[in-house]
Design a protein around this ligand. Structure first.
Ligand SMILES: Cc1ncc(C[n+]2csc(CCOP(=O)(O)OP(=O)(O)O)c2C)c(N)n1
Ligand SMILES: [Mg+2]
Length: 375
């Protein structure tokens, strides 16, 4: 007797804009012109920033930097779609996510210079500091979503993760909980085809990351991550589910990391140029540009003007970043403990004495004011 099929699953993929910039009329979400232009402008600004951030690092003016080149849509559009009262937790590759929520580039630069005075988000937002620990924030996101549900507000939680992070046990725990509790959370897998030097093929044998959703009873969807309209639409679906109490979404956005993993990596050692050339044809900026041109919302002159303005904006932001006063080294002890352990108190006193001695000897002229609180 043949075995009975007890369950069958399907996973769908959403693509609206083709590489020539034509939208499928049946799926076009008809985003307002003003919103489309705002998204495009932000993408241009993000790309200008990304390019300069890498140069700053090469010049020794920045510590390190994880590029978002080629991921402008998958970074920026989901964050842009949120309401300020929603929660967001990006990963270290989150400059575009924060920019989509209104964070200033000067603050991103401070963060990548190792200065926590850069963790400044627009006050009304519920933005979390990004997770450097791969996958470590996913259970936190589920917890935030549980809190949001208990508060009975319609907030959703957006947690970004990479294709590599999807292999961590954290995602299993977070999805299990989010599914069982029907939580308003979106786990957004930015599948950029690489986890440092581990390729998508080596990462996971499943055809898609989106289909993992089925194992947890959550909604799964794959979208073309270089297609602004598809990502916008997929986010609307996922947010509506969350706000209406219909539970969590695992959203896979297929894109490509066009740059090195970070400024400390050399991707030419492990991947081919052909791959890069193929993906360059699917550039998210170019595709949206063509769409805007077909709608007569943009022409060559306006595009050039946007690029010029973006470069001026980035110049300003770099100036503001480099004009930041030196921090007080004692601030590294601040804001961690209500009651600091004895060893930490001793270390802080030691550093304080050292700074005073250097002042007396004239080796430093001034100790900047303390910003944080130490018990
Ligand atoms: C728990 C943990 N293990 C290992 C690392 C080192 N590490 C940093 S980034 C990375 C690859 C992550 O790849 P992916 O999730 O695809 O994100 P992407 O960098 O492509 O955005 C690894 C292994 C880390 N930061 N945290
Ligand atoms: Mg990746």
């Amino acid at each position: 007797m043949p075995l009975e099929t007890i369950v069958r699953h399907e996973t769908q993929r959403l693509e609206i804009l083709n590489p020539q910039g034509f939208a499928d009329p049946a799926l076009d979400p008809h985003i307002a012109s003003k919103t489309l232009l705002e998204i495009y402008q932000k993408m241009i600004e993000l790309r200008a920033f990304d390019e300069r951030a890498i140069k700053l690092q090469r010049q020794g003016r920045l510590g390190t930097y994880p590029s978002v080149l080629g991921q402008e849509v998958s970074q920026l559009v989901p964050a842009f779609c949120l309401k300020a009262s929603d929660w967001m937790i990006p990963t270290y590759r989150g400059t575009g996510a924060y920019y989509g929520r209104g964070m200033k580039f000067r603050h991103s630069l401070l963060v990548w210079a190792g200065d926590d005075r850069g963790t400044v988000f627009p006050e009304e937002n519920r933005d979390m500091t990004f997770s450097i620990t791969v996958g470590g924030h996913l259970t936190l996101a589920a917890g935030l979503a549980w809190a949001a549900k208990l508060e009975k507000k319609d907030a959703v939680v957006l947690a970004y993760l990479g294709d590599g992070a999807s292999s961590k046990g954290d995602l299993h725990e977070a999805l299990t909980f989010a599914g069982a509790m029907s939580l308003p959370v979106i786990f957004l897998v930015e599948n950029n085809q690489w986890a440092i030097s581990v390729s998508r093929q080596k990462q996971c044998a499943a055809e898609t990351f989106a289909q993992k959703a089925h194992g947890y009873g959550v909604f799964g969807l794959q979208a073309d991550g270089n297609d602004a309209l598809a990502v916008f639409s997929a986010m609307q679906q996922a947010m509506t589910r969350g706000r209406e109490g219909r539970g969590a979404t695992l959203l896979e956005l297929e894109t490509y990391r066009m740059a090195n993993h970070t400024t400390a990596d050399d991707a030419s050692r492990y991947r081919s140029k052909t791959d890069l050339d193929d993906w360059a044809k699917r550039d998210p900026l170019l595709r949206l540009r063509r769409y805007l041109e077909t709608l007569k919302l943009l022409d060559g002159a306006r595009h050039e003007e946007l690029v010029k303005n973006a470069e001026a904006l980035v110049d300003e932001e770099i100036k503001a970043y480099e004009a930041f006063p030196e921090p007080n080294p004692l601030d590294m002890f601040a804001n961690n403990y209500a009651n600091a352990p004895k060893a930490l108190i001793e270390q802080r006193s030691e550093l304080e004495a050292l700074l005073e001695r250097k002042m007396r000897l004239g080796e430093i002229v001034e100790i900047p004011p303390l910003e944080g609180r130490f018990p």
